[in-house]
Design a protein around this ligand. Structure first.
Ligand code: HEC
Length: 111
């Protein structure tokens, strides 16, 4: 049992290292998807537009373990937001590919 637990820990460490380093962030792909999905109409990396800058969002979620999950939900479920007092659904990302979505979320969080 001890040994089993230890192996499990090693496996866990190995897979989180893979997540952190194995999948390199593809900045060009993230920016292309943001453009295609109209995100750039309301967001920029460092300037506030109708929506917060990606830098602001990265700072807000810094160190939060569930940041990726929260942002993924934000851009895939169309939650209600307000722009100048008018309620609308937040833009959904224009892909269904989880890897592309994850790449975009990690791009935002690493600005
Ligand atoms: C029509 C304008 C508009 C478009 C298009 C838009 N957003 Fe937003 N977004 C907003 C606004 C406004 C907020 C702030 C909502 C709030 O805080 O209630 C926001 C919030 C966010 C946040 C922060 C969420 C949080 O929990 O702090 C992220 C990340 C984000 N948008 C990413 C995106 C991405 C990625 C796209 C493209 C798929 C996109 N947005 C398209 C207006 C827009």
């Amino acid at each position: 049992m001890r040994r089993f637990l230890r192996n499990l820990t090693i496996l866990g460490l190995a897979s989180s290292a893979w997540l952190a380093h194995g999948q390199a962030l593809d900045v060009a792909a993230a920016e292309a998807l943001a453009k295609k999905s109209n995100c750039t109409k309301c967001h920029s990396v460092d300037k506030k537009k109708d929506g917060p800058s990606f830098k602001e969002t990265a700072a807000k979620y810094k160190g939060q373990a569930d940041a990726e999950a929260k942002l993924t939900k934000h851009i895939t479920t169309g939650p209600k937001i307000k722009i100048d007092g008018v309620e609308e659904e937040h833009q959904m990302v224009k892909t269904k590919d989880p890897a592309e979505i994850k790449n975009l979320v990690r791009y935002v969080l690493s600005r």
